[in-house]
Design a binder for this molecule. Structure first.
Ligand SMILES: [Zn+2]
Length: 376
């Protein structure tokens, strides 16, 4: 196995790309969807089950892990891979986004963000240097530069100031990351929905130089149309030969639209979180398993799906265990949702490789428009 981090493109269809990221911990087929393992677990899933859905990589959250159980503790226990029993690649976010959305009493300065933990009120400081240190202690394979991101909509001057701060932090992240063969540091493009700011950000990041690039600051309340508007040009501003990661996205139709526009990696809590609230994602759109129409339905959630929830259980059973508050409800629906997302990614990769992206996209939308199977 390779001892270096590398990315190779295998096929292009329009702007859509299929490729392979190689790391010492394994390969990541792109376009890739990364399940979110916030607190060193993808909720309701054993790690081997996450791998069985087809995931090549998962995401861990720096903010959560630094507060509980603590990065130094995870390091003492052998690193995040060993701690959570996941030996494939892990990407960690920088903590920048979550500290601004979750922490109490935040104070943002040029140095970084001082805050109090939402868990126990303890005082902390996150800076580019500390974020790099935490992600190194965790043993992350793909490390994200420390950045700041305003919620949209926001004044253009606010977005510009924030983006320039993030670019200064990107340089500090690069300097603090050091020389770590086999590990990658990704820079994060900011600039909201303003093309000139996105260009300025891309130029700044490319001058620093990263192993991959994220399009940040989207999926923060701007809506799909505005997001696709940015993705129509932003990926093309980044180096062709490096992976491009769209953070925090999304719904299945967001993913298809993002891949169409040249995105290689995505992550979202949606499939796992939905699985715990009785929502299933299928080829035919969203199914609410709580609905009384499923109570007597012996058919699987999706007869074409090969996940354990669809192979071995009926809609009636899934309805019953959800209504009864049984733990297996979260386990089965999360498994199905993650399996569906990975099936979707495999379909996208195959379609791009075959030069049939447009046909795949048309079929994807046609099946969703047809809706769920008729009630019995
Ligand atoms: Zn299924």
């Amino acid at each position: 196995m390779t001892q270096r981090f590398s990315f190779s493109l295998h096929a292009k269809d329009g702007a859509a790309r299929a490729g392979l990221i190689s790391t010492p911990r394994g390969e990541i087929r792109t376009p890739a969807f990364m399940p979110v393992g916030t607190a060193a677990t993808v909720k309701a899933m054993m790690p081997e089950s996450v791998a069985a859905t087809g995931a090549d990589i998962l995401l861990g959250n720096t903010y959560h892990l630094m507060l509980r159980p603590g990065a130094e503790r995870i390091d003492r226990l052998g690193g995040l891979h060993k701690f959570m029993n996941w030996d494939k690649p892990i990407l960690t976010d920088s903590g920048g986004f979550q500290v601004m959305s979750l922490a109490d009493l935040r104070k943002l300065t040029e140095e970084g963000v001082a805050f109090r933990s939402h868990v126990d009120g303890s005082k902390h400081m996150l800076t580019p240097e500390r974020s790099m240190e935490i992600q190194r202690l965790l043993g992350s394979d793909i490390v994200m530069a420390f950045d700041e991101c305003p919620a949209l909509p926001a004044e253009e001057s606010v977005v510009a100031e924030s983006m320039r701060l993030s670019m200064r932090w990107a340089q500090r992240s690069r300097d603090a990351f050091g020389d770590r063969p086999g590990h990658a540091l990704f820079g994060i493009m900011q600039g909201g929905v303003t093309r000139a700011l996105r260009e300025e950000s891309a130029v700044a990041l490319k001058a620093i130089g990263f192993e991959g690039y994220a399009v940040g600051g989207l999926a923060v309340g701007e809506g799909q149309e505005a997001m696709f508007g940015v993705l129509d040009y932003a990926p093309g501003m980044l180096p062709e030969d490096r992976p491009r990661y769209l953070m925090g996205v999304g719904k299945p139709d967001d993913i298809v639209g993002a891949v169409k526009r040249g995105i290689d990696m995505m992550d979202c809590v949606l499939p796992s979180r939905s699985g715990r609230t009785g929502q299933a994602w299928t080829r035919r759109g969203q199914v609410n398993i709580k609905n009384a129409r499923h109570a007597d339905d012996p058919r699987p959630l999706d007869e074409q799906c090969t996940c354990p929830a669809c192979r071995n259980y009926s809609r009636a059973y899934l309805h019953h265990v959800f209504r009864s508050g049984e733990i297996i409800s979260s386990m089965l629906l999360t498994w199905h949702n993650l399996h569906y997302y990975q099936d979707l990614m495999q379909g996208l990769r195959d379609a791009i490789s075959a030069g049939e992206f447009n046909a795949f996209e048309a079929d994807f939308h046609a099946q969703r428009a047809a809706g769920d199977i008729e009630p019995l």
